[in-house]
Unconditional design. Structure first.
Length: 265
């Protein structure tokens, strides 16, 4: 007796639908939209006012602020994985005749897009008001690098959120994880060959994303303070960041193939 194999749904519409669902969910929640728009504006107001009197200047802190926006927004968009499991939507997706990787890619792309909305808004404010002198080509390349960073960080959030069964647990883990990840990325402290913080930051993949953005952003008010040697050249920054995104996406795909207690409910 022959068995009938269920037809497999094409991956492209699954990816597009899940990514679009993340965006629709985001824009339907008024509080999230207001927060997403206000956060970059608030950062910009405080950032521009404070750094005009700083010795290090915009070229040092501007990329770090962008990294912070990408990090926190990308990671916390993956809370939707926990919410989808609790509502039963995730279980429906998992049993659908679609490739498992399509679900992973759709969730990651949707979360990355939300993070980029905020980061690019902050970048636009910087371009318009902070006397940025970067050529258009460099700004576009920086935006592309930011997109890769967003994918990497959303993938990281996916890996962590997949094993969580409550948003409270997710917040508890993130509260002790995100700040060290950002602080050890070289966003706040100039590189110092004698500092153990600089040594540790070389093992933090986010450091290479921050350093890569520093290669692209220049301002009319150039800093005269020595901020230390760059941790890597621009090609190395791209390679590490792309590798970070690839590894996190692969881990997300792999972990999505495992069952959790919540999937069985």
């Amino acid at each position: 007796m022959s068995t009938v194999t269920p037809a497999t749904v094409s991956a492209v519409p699954v990816v597009a639908s899940l990514a679009w669902r993340e965006l629709i969910r985001f824009f339907r929640q008024r509080n999230r939209v207001i927060g997403a728009l206000l956060q970059p504006v608030i950062f910009w107001v405080l950032f521009s006012a404070g750094l005009r009197s700083s010795d290090l200047g915009f070229e040092f802190f501007f990329p770090g602020t962008l990294a912070m926006i990408l990090l926190f927004t990308a990671i916390f968009t993956t809370i939707s994985i926990i919410e989808d499991r609790r509502e039963g939507f995730l279980q429906s997706v998992l049993v659908a005749p679609a490739p498992r990787w399509a679900m992973v890619v759709g969730k990651i792309l949707g979360g990355s897009a939300i993070a980029l909305i905020q980061a690019w808004l902050f970048l636009a404010l910087g371009w318009l008001t902070l006397e940025m002198t970067s050529p258009i080509a460099d700004v576009l390349l920086a935006m592309a690098l930011m997109a890769v960073i967003a994918v990497a960080l959303t993938g990281l959030g996916f890996v962590i959120a997949w094993r969580m069964d409550s948003t409270q647990g997710f917040h508890a883990v993130m509260s002790i994880f995100l700040f060290p990840l950002w602080l050890l990325s070289g966003s706040l402290f100039p590189a110092d060959a004698q500092s153990w913080l600089t040594w540790i930051s070389r093992f933090n993949p986010l450091s290479y994303g921050v350093e890569g953005m520093r290669h692209y952003f220049t301002f009319e008010l150039e800093t005269t303070v020595q901020t230390g040697p760059a941790i890597a050249s621009l090609p190395v920054c791209w390679l590490v960041t792309i590798g970070f995104a690839a590894v996190m996406s692969a881990l997300a795909w792999k972990i999505a193939g495992t069952r959790t207690a919540g999937d069985l409910l």
